[in-house]
Design a protein around this ligand. Structure first.
Ligand SMILES: [Zn+2]
Length: 136
C-alpha cells in the first residue's frame, strides 16, 4: 500500500479528537478514545506507520457489552493513497481468544466519494472511563 501521507496528515490535522464536542461527546466515544491507549503494541505501531492518530477522526460505533465486561466497537478511519498490491487477506486477526474477545483490523476500498481507503478496527475493548455506562 502506498500512503499519501500529506493528504492523510492534513485531513487528520483538521479533525477534532474523538469524544470532544465537535466530534461526538457520548460516553462510548469518550471511552473509545481512552481505550486506544490500550491497543496492542503492534496496532499502535501500525497507526504510527500510517501517520494516523487513533484518537482522531474515526467513525465510532459501539455495539454492546459482553459478559466478560469488554465492549464491542467498530471504528472506521480514512486514509488516502492507493493499495498497490491487494493483500491476500483484507481482515487481520491481531488476536482472537473467543467470539467476544478479539481484535481485528481490516481495509476496504472504493466505498467513499473522496476515494479514501477505510481502515477499520473491529474489537472488544476495555471500559476505562470512571463513569459506568450501565447507569447512564
Ligand atoms: Zn459517540
Amino acid at each position: 500500500m502506498e500512503i499519501d501521507y500529506e493528504k492523510t496528515l492534513s485531513y487528520y490535522k483538521k479533525l477534532p479528537l474523538i469524544g470532544e464536542e465537535e466530534h461526538c461527546h457520548c460516553i462510548y466515544c469518550k471511552n473509545y478514545a481512552l481505550a486506544t491507549n490500550h491497543f496492542p503494541m503492534i496496532v499502535k505501531t501500525l497507526f504510527d506507520d500510517i501517520g494516523l492518530d487513533p484518537k482522531k477522526g474515526a467513525e465510532v460505533s459501539h455495539f454492546y457489552q459482553a459478559k466478560n465486561s469488554k465492549h464491542m466497537y467498530v471504528a472506521d478511519y480514512r486514509i488516502f493513497g492507493k493499495i498497490l498490491k491487494k493483500p491476500s487477506v483484507s481482515v487481520v486477526d491481531i488476536y482472537y481468544k473467543n467470539d467476544e474477545d478479539y481484535f481485528k483490523l481490516g481495509f476496504e476500498e472504493g466505498h467513499t466519494s473522496d476515494g479514501a481507503i477505510i481502515f477499520y478496527i473491529d474489537a472488544f475493548l476495555p471500559w476505562v472511563l470512571e463513569e459506568d455506562p450501565e447507569i447512564m
